[in-house]
Design a protein around this ligand. Structure first.
Ligand code: SAM
Length: 177
């Protein structure tokens, strides 16, 4: 919320992207807090590794639809893999805010981070959830490994603005600039 205030996201029309929406609770938070935002929600609604075997997964998409219903005119829903969504964007498709909370396997986080960053406006903010999450036995498979790697690759093109369980950056330059 502090970041939203600092970036003036509440007061101007912005485009926001959420990778990983699940039942839509973070989507509702964004829609409530950013009344001038249009939000694209990307999810397979098939769950992630940590959801394997959970019966609840079968009802998450319906729960998402129900939860975001009050703001449906500002919501675009994409059902599918984040990679497919991101590669389908045109170079003109840009966002001011991107929330990365899809698959938490490091390979997927890295792909989401790199591809999404290309579609973040300069001055825009990208937030990674679960930076400190440890689910996989091999450290190299947890989100921090990918996020740290991404930060090295994007050095000089972004500035770190918040680090704790979530990590946030602001984009400062385009590729090659
Ligand atoms: C941690 S949950 C999202 C939670 C939600 N952001 C919240 O805070 O309420 C992760 C979601 O990512 C989705 N997901 C996992 N892998 C994905 C992928 N490759 N592409 C799109 N969505 C994916 C899962 O279906 C799941 O709903």
């Amino acid at each position: 919320m502090d970041i939203f205030d600092r970036q003036g996201f509440r007061d101007r029309p912005i485009r926001a992207l959420e990778i990983g929406s699940f039942e839509g609770l973070s989507s509702c938070f964004l829609l409530r807090q950013l009344p001038n935002a249009r939000l694209t929600c990307v999810d397979t609604w098939a769950g992630s590794d940590e959801h394997a075997g959970l019966e609840l997964i079968a009802s998450t998409e319906a729960a998402f639809d129900r939860h975001v219903a009050p703001w449906i005119d500002r919501v675009t829903k994409y059902k599918g893999m984040s990679f497919n969504y991101l590669v389908g964007l045109s170079s003109q498709d840009k966002f001011d805010f991107i929330y990365v909370d899809g698959s938490h396997h490091a390979d997927d986080v890295m792909v989401d981070a790199l591809r999404a960053f290309e579609h973040l406006n300069v001055g825009g903010v990208m937030v990674f959830d679960d930076y400190l999450w440890k689910y996989y036995q091999r450290n190299a498979e947890n989100p921090a490994m990918a996020i740290n790697g991404f930060l090295r690759l994007a050095a000089g093109r972004c500035r770190l603005i918040s680090v704790y369980y979530q990590l946030a950056i602001v984009k400062t330059a385009e590729r090659g600039a």
